[in-house]
Ligand binder design. Structure first.
Ligand code: BES
Ligand code: ZN
Length: 639
């Protein structure tokens, strides 16, 4: 397939705008400096629960005459700054500029002053504090085999600044060297580079090894990642391994070994060859707050994807897809997050279709997505800024704007473009777009310009693209037009849900639920069935919920996607049988996708139990998740 390149003008304009301060969520003066390389020398101190070390930043000078470097920091101890071996003057703002943290200002004078145009290398001594929002530290008792401590990072969206001073914006990309000392195995978002240097411990402390990694592809700060703990690994494909606790290794290997390489090859066919050499998965402890995080080389994943039925590998298809959308081509700011997540959701579903050999599966997944979109729009309100494809995030915390909207509204937009242009033409644009912006950051206006320019010599497509109301697409809040999805796989779920709602209101209904009703259902079809019973006008009676839990085996299901939906149906019905199991589940999983709806519903039904559950487990949750639940309690108290 011949790839056509965008005209010089588009590429030039895009390149020029890379250095504009188009990201409102950073305090760094990144229009004057651009990080080219970052070396992180850290020691992981499990006893003190902190990272300590030195970070070296090589900055390219973009503007002559600039007398200071401003970097993002948040709840960080800056111990000293050196420029070329000599101490430099620096100041960390004492008052925080919420939600962005405390800018670190480094003054340049003398030889480093404004008249040179050479690169600048800063060495910054730094340690994290107990308020660090990017790390979770687990005691041995909090891990599955209870033998060793564990730590992991989660930097997206703006938490990298709480690990080390940086230009914490996706509009800046740097290569990385990681030199990490730890008593336990370490993974980082680069390729491992041996050998490891051993240092014996003293004063009863265990010895440490130096683990080194290199990331030669420039990446934004939010993809910086570390994890350390009792880790073992097994192969899940010719260029892939899975890492997890030794006891969980076999199950994790089984979950992923069938699909990982097939997904990589499917994605390579749609876009172009995988760039990051190996693709691996780290399965984290259950407090990991997301389903997955696309850290380069090592996707971080919740253990709830290891459900024993390979029904949640779509998370892997998703994180893998970020290897192109997000990690090679990155959103220029969190306002353009749909370019990361909408594109990734689009690619993820193309992979589903490729693996299953039919579009029915991708449309089934899109139907689940549409429900998530409706829930998010309902949560914010139809006119809310955060329901726009491009929200205004000036002064906002991107974590507060996070929802299914950029995923699903972004997906729907790309799906509609595919249908409008026809698959054949659209599929030529995909590699072109990912080539044009490879190793760069992109905003929605560049996306539009590149699309229009690619098809400029095709009169038919050009007309269609020019007829799009782009302002409406980008800025209209609320629902986009609903595509005509293939409902084949969802219809059986809706029909079954109908029978239950009728049974609930009509005593003469002849429907007698039996386990055969869900014969041949996948777990995700049960999810769609259960979602159709959420938020209905007359919730099911508690007796019917109990009957369903028994007949369909939902009450005992190990699939957390499924059981969470069942508990929400049960809580909305006031079925007491699910209250205690909900509280127990909330002590076992810290993935926010499940934690949020379960607390929301439990609070309404049994506030005391919800409160007690939170008190008992607040140490278990990741700081971001804990903060989210605290906000839910505040909101509930106000209502
Ligand atoms: N990059 C996201 C996770 C994320 C987004 C973390 C914003 C922090 C801030 C990741 O790729 C993702 O979308 N995860 C989903 C997986 C799902 C869509 C398959 C999740 O966590 O549920
Ligand atoms: Zn994603």
């Amino acid at each position: 397939m011949a790839i056509r390149y965008a005209p010089e003008s588009v590429v030039k304009e895009a390149a020029a705008s890379i250095h504009q301060p188009r990201d409102p969520n950073t305090l760094a003066n990144y229009n004057a400096w651009r990080t080219k390389h970052t070396t992180a020398d850290f020691e992981i101190d499990f006893d003190a629960k902190r990272l300590k070390g030195t970070v070296h930043l090589t900055l390219a000078r973009l503007a002559k005459g600039e007398k200071k470097v401003v970097l993002d920091t948040s709840y960080l101890d800056v111990l000293g700054v050196k420029i070329g071996g000599s101490q430099a003057r620096f100041d960390v703002s004492t008052s925080r500029m919420e939600p962005y943290g405390s800018p670190l200002t480094i003054s340049l004078d003398g030889q480093h002053g404004s008249d040179t145009d050479s690169d600048l290398t800063l060495s910054i001594g730094v340690q994290t504090t107990k308020d660090c929002t990017a790390l979770q530290w687990l005691t041995p008792a909090q891990t599955s085999n209870k033998k060793h401590p564990y730590m992991f990072s989660q930097c997206q969206a703006i938490h990298a600044r709480s690990l080390f001073p940086c230009q914490d914006t996706p509009d800046v990309k740097s290569t990385y060297t990681f030199n990490i000392r730890s008593p336990l195995p370490v993974l980082a978002s680069g390729l491992p580079t041996g050998p490891k240097d051993f240092s014996p411990g003293s004063n009863g402390k265990p010895g440490t090894l130096l683990y080194t990694f290199h990331q030669a592809i420039p990446m934004p700060s939010y993809l910086f990642a570390l994890a350390s703990g009792d880790l073992a690994c097994a192969s899940i494909g010719p260029r892939s391994t899975v890492w997890t606790g030794p006891e969980e290794l076999k199950a994790s290997q089984w979950e992923f070994e069938k699909d990982t390489e097939a997904y990589i090859q499917a994605a390579e066919k749609i876009v172009y060859p995988y760039a990051w050499t190996t693709y691996n998965v780290l399965v984290l402890p259950p407090s990991f707050p997301y389903g997955g995080m696309e850290n380069p080389v090592y996707t971080f994943a919740t253990p709830t994807v290891v459900s024993g039925d390979r029904e949640n590998v779509d998370v892997i298809a998703h994180e893998l897809s970020h290897s192109w959308s997000g990690n090679l081509v990155s959103n220029a700011s969190w306002e353009h997050f749909w370019l990361n997540e909408g594109w990734t959701t689009y690619l993820e579903r193309r992979l589903q279709a490729a693996i299953h050999g039919s579009d029915q599966h991708r449309d089934f997944s899109a139907i689940i997505g549409w429900k998530a979109l409706s829930d998010s729009i309902a949560q914010f309100g139809e006119d809310h800024n955060f329901t726009k494809l491009i929200p205004d995030l000036k002064g906002q915390d991107p974590d507060d704007a996070f929802s299914s909207i950029p995923y699903e509204k972004g997906f729907v937009f790309l799906y509609q473009l595919e249908k409008l242009l026809g698959m054949e033409k659209w599929d030529k644009f995909i590699p072109h777009y990912f080539t044009t912006y490879k190793q760069r950051s992109v905003d929605s206006f560049e996306f539009k310009a590149t699309l229009l320019s690619f098809f400029s010599s095709d009169a038919d497509v050009s007309k269609k693209l020019n007829d799009i109301d782009w302002d409406e697409k980008f800025y209209k809040p609320g629902f986009p037009p609903k595509p005509d999805f293939d409902t084949t796989l969802a219809d059986q779920c809706y029909e079954l849900a109908d029978k239950w709602t009728k049974l609930n209101v009509d005593e003469t209904s002849k429907f007698a639920p039996s386990e055969n009703d869900i014969d041949g259902f996948t777990a995700n079809q049960s999810v769609v069935f259960l979602e159709a019973l959420q938020g209905i006008d007359k919730p099911l009676s508690p007796e019917l919920v109990d009957l369903m839990g028994q007949r369909y085996g939902y009450a005992q299901s190990k699939n957390v996607e499924l059981v969470t939906r069942y508990f929400v149906v049960g809580l909305q019905a006031g079925a007491k049988s699910v209250y205690q199991p909900t509280a127990e589940l909330l002590g076992k999983v810290g993935r926010m996708k499940f934690v949020r709806p379960l607390y929301k519903e439990l609070m309404k039904r049994d506030y005391e139990l919800a409160q007690k559950t939170f008190q008992d487990n607040s140490d278990f949750y990741h700081p971001i998740c804990r903060g989210m639940v605290e906000k839910l309690f505040e909101k509930h108290a106000k209502a």
